[in-house]
Design a protein around this ligand. Structure first.
Ligand code: 7TS
Length: 420
């Protein structure tokens, strides 16, 4: 393709993505905060919700609510159908081979804990190793530390460079015959780095280790294909991908889920119970004890429909454009240092300002109607790696635009004026 043609195609793509139309789908964005238009730059913490998701959830409560997998009555059958339809949508979203590979959980945190306490506890022995990376969120660190305490296994950590990229040679060196599990994030919530998951999976599988991917920050931004990635487990949170809180997904390869012991005991996860013996249900139900978050699953299904309607490639192209604009604009702010400059990254912009504490940045920006996150972002070991206690972080979503970035830059000038 000639440059001209590819230029035309890019133009077509960006022209086809009407961010103003997307913004109108998110009623919350229209409000004023302290009399200023809201600039929401905290999507990595949680995304805003489009009307389609809110309406799908209220429709469920208004028309379809009943407990699933239990009743013979009309509404229970209907609710069960809707809940299972949501599971199929997740299967499609992840390109999983089997619908039974999709387990509904509360979120990424619960997904990681589930794998640690079922697969991990059953498989790991004294002297085995779990390998994570230096850029993990606490929810992909602490469950493994707990598992190591319980089993005598050892936690090892693959280092990163100053740009925030994984050192693949070091990672390869750290995977050995004792490595049973490699657990890494697809996208860093602090740096925005997109990790080379296929390569990591290849390296781990070559040594017989299983791989869990924390997809919390990838699912809203990238097209996910668990079969192409080749991973054994993949975790995500609904609330970061335009769905509701309290619902997330653990994808697990069928033969692994089949062999894993259950996580929690209770209703729905059994085939039969007597005081002498309980027979467990098949996956995914074996891992879904108790009444599930039905409306959450339905909201997540609606969020997947929303992402599909916009098109993951179109969203990514738009966000990359705003990211490039933001990187350039922030680089021009005197005394500002960006943390996380990987070649492949999503729209997460962590930064520090000379002589000004990140919490002060966040507080002053808040009075301008600008929402960012400040602190350690639940990644204290990563902060230590950069010699920082905290950063300020602006993070983008499908509704973010150049005006948001202009507002942020103007806000930062005000912050610097206060401290002049
Ligand atoms: N993994 C990553 C990479 C994350 O960014 C988060 C949440 C989690 C796991 C945990 O997800 P949860 O839905 O189970 O809580 N990250 C953030 C953040 O960056 N700001 O607030 C929450």
């Amino acid at each position: 393709m000639s440059d001209l043609q590819s230029g035309v195609q890019t133009l077509h793509l960006t022209a086809g993505y009407d961010v103003e139309r997307v913004r109108r789908m998110f009623p919350i964005l229209a409000q004023q905060i302290y009399g200023k238009p809201l600039i929401y730059l905290d999507s990595a913490a949680t995304s805003q919700k489009p009307l389609a998701v809110i309406e799908a959830m209220s429709h469920f409560f208004l028309q379809e609510n009943a407990n699933v997998h239990r009743g013979v009555h009309y509404l229970s059958v209907r609710a069960t159908e809707e809940y299972e339809k949501a599971r199929s949508k997740v299967q499609g979203f992840l390109n999983a081979e089997h619908v039974e590979e999709i387990v509904f959980v509360r979120g990424t945190t619960e997904a990681v804990n589930l794998v640690a306490q079922t697969y991990g506890k059953a498989q790991l022995r004294d002297g085995d190793e779990v390998l994570i990376s230096a850029m993990e969120h606490h929810s992909n660190i602490v469950p493994w530390q707990m598992l190591c305490e319980q089993t005598g296994a050892r936690l090892r950590v693959a280092p990163i460079d100053d740009a925030g990229e994984l050192l693949l040679d070091e990672l390869e060196r750290l995977i050995g015959p004792r490595t049973r599990l490699v657990a890494v994030t697809h996208v860093s919530n602090v740096l925005g780095t997109i990790n080379p998951i296929r390569r990591i999976v290849e390296l781990a599988h070559a040594q017989g280790a299983r791989v869990l991917i924390d997809g919390a920050q990838a699912a809203p931004h990238l097209k996910i294909d668990v079969r192409a990635l080749g991973c054994d487990f993949y975790a995500l949170s609904g609330h970061k991908m335009y769905g509701p809180t309290g619902i997330g997904v653990l994808y697990g390869r069928r033969e692994l889920l089949d062999a894993m012991p259950p996580y929690q005991g209770g209703g729905d996860m059994i085939l039969s119970v007597s005081f002498e013996k309980t027979i467990y249900n098949k996956p995914p139900y074996k891992f879904e004890a108790g009444t599930p978050n039905m409306v959450g699953a339905i909201g997540l299904g609606a969020a997947i429909d929303f992402l599909a309607a916009l098109g993951p490639e179109a969203i990514a192209a738009h966000e990359q454009r705003v990211l490039a604009y933001a990187q350039k604009a922030l680089a021009a702010v005197p005394g500002l240092r960006l943390i996380g400059t990987a070649a492949q990254k999503v729209g997460v912009l962590s930064f520090v300002l000379d002589g000004i504490h990140p919490h002060d940045i966040g507080t002053i920006l808040d009075r301008e109607g600008i929402a960012i996150r400040t602190g350690h972002h639940c990644a204290q070991p990563l902060m230590n790696r950069f010699g920082l206690a905290a950063t300020a972080r602006a993070s983008l979503g499908c509704y973010s635009n150049e005006q948001d970035i202009d507002g942020l830059v103007a806000g930062l000038a005000k912050v610097q004026e206060v401290f002049r």
